[in-house]
Design a protein around this ligand. Structure first.
Ligand code: GLU
Length: 405
């Protein structure tokens, strides 16, 4: 068997793997609480379903153009104007099979061998692997302990002659923290000045709490000509609870979009046509589901943070967006993979180890499940790690007895 060196260097996606683990255990009837998931639990908007269904019933499901069907590009243009106040043309837009493909194809479009791409820890699990797959070298900024807020100086210190791009994901997966507006403003201008591409992974842009407005990166960009360095990526996955439809998109200078389209046309062709119609339905339909989701998540965030704060020694930064938080459990266990495994084995709670996001000692916990699951999940975690917990815990009618330190 001859597996390439590149393939051997690529890790499996921890987030997807843990989704699978949770599903397998559930199928076996185990009382699993999945706090590791990265998807809202609600249904896709009805407009998404009806638009895709009326296309499906014709039975004529054909290839789409490699960069997406014109109706979707039109809907994306409108979204960009409404949410970012930026007027773009179809030549600036390419739809892909999820934001994951958008990021991957953007990196393949930009990187020469050995080019460096900088991003901040904690980072989304797939960034380092995607950069490697595109032939580049991942470079990680680690913000000052406990803040999750990188600074422009930390990025500037790592910029060198091989730096091709910076990736920013704010609000951030896994910390849930929205970066400061001043930082985004400085970074957009810094990248323009230095000629570095700035990939804004705005997947969670609309999911911000406490009455705050989403940050609009275009506001700080002088340039949106063919020389623009700003590449903005979005998707329907999180804001419309449409993860399985796999529709994301990129807005960028037309030369970049053209090159991305060429790559995509050889790689996967355009995204699945029914999914694109579903995205058209979501983007052009009634938008109230986003507000509903945001309110549900904000409430769930409050419940999870209040419950986590009851565990002595656990430090948690209150997230102001997404549906994740990233508590520090190092007072109990510094090896996050070991802790994650222990929680799965002992109390059947699924989490994602901080190590996978470039920050050990932490776990990523999601609050996109029910309030009951959130409360019970954190209670089980406390029971498993806090030596002052009672000796016994019931998972349904299964009695657990603490027999570990
Ligand atoms: N983005 C989600 C997560 O971080 C979905 C899984 C994935 O594609 O990584 O859990």
């Amino acid at each position: 068997m001859s597996i390439s060196q590149l393939a051997r260097s690529i890790k499996e996606s921890a987030t997807l793997k843990l989704n699978e683990t949770a599903a397998i255990l559930r199928d076996k009837g185990e009382p699993v609480i999945h706090l590791g998931g990265g998807e809202p639990k609600g249904r896709a908007p009805i407009d998404a379903i009806t638009t895709a269904s009326s296309m499906m019933v014709t039975g004529e499901v054909r290839y789409s153009p490699a960069d997406g069907i014109p109706s979707l590009k039109k809907a994306i243009i409108r979204y960009t104007e409404e949410c970012y106040n930026r007027v773009v043309t179809p030549a600036n837009v390419i739809a892909s099979s999820g934001a994951k493909q958008s990021i991957m194809v953007a990196l393949q479009t930009l990187l020469e061998p050995k080019d460096e791409v900088i991003f901040a820890a904690p980072y989304w699990v797939s960034y380092p692997e995607m950069v490697k797959l595109a032939g580049g070298v991942p470079v990680v900024v680690t913000p000052e302990d406990g803040t999750f807020q990188p600074t422009i100086e930390e990025f500037a210190a790592l910029v060198g002659s091989y730096t091709k791009a910076i990736i920013i994901n704010s609000p951030n997966n896994p910390s849930g923290v929205m970066y400061k507006k001043d930082f985004i403003a400085e970074l957009v201008q810094f990248c323009e000045k230095k000629g570095i591409y700035l990939i804004m992974d705005d997947t969670y842009n609309r999911l911000v709490f406490d009455g705050q407005a989403p940050i609009n990166c275009y506001e700080f960009a002088k340039d949106f000509s063919e020389h623009s360095k700003l590449i903005v990526i979005n998707c329907v996955s999180k804001m419309y609870a449409m993860t399985g439809f796999r529709i994301g998109w990129t807005v960028a200078a037309k030369e970049i979009v053209q090159a991305m389209t060429n790559i995509q046309s050889q790689q996967t062709s355009g995204p699945a046509t029914p999914s694109q119609w579903a995205a058209v339905g979501a983007l052009t339909g009634v938008q109230s589901s986003i507000d509903g989701l945001r309110m549900t998540l904000e409430n769930a965030r409050n419940v999870m943070i209040a419950r986590l704060n009851m565990i002595p020694g656990v430090k948690v930064v209150k997230p102001n967006g997404t549906f994740y938080c990233f508590p520090d459990f190092s007072a109990y266990e510094k090896d996050s993979a070991k802790l994650c495994q222990m929680l799965l084995d002992k109390v059947r709670v699924v989490t994602v180890p901080g190590k996978e996001f470039g920050m050990d000692g932490h776990l990523r916990l999601s609050y996109c499940g029910s309030l009951k699951e959130i409360k019970e999940g954190v209670e089980r975690i406390q029971w498993a790690i806090d030596p002052n917990s009672p000796n016994e815990l019931y998972l349904g009618d299964r009695k657990l007895v603490r027999d570990w330190a």
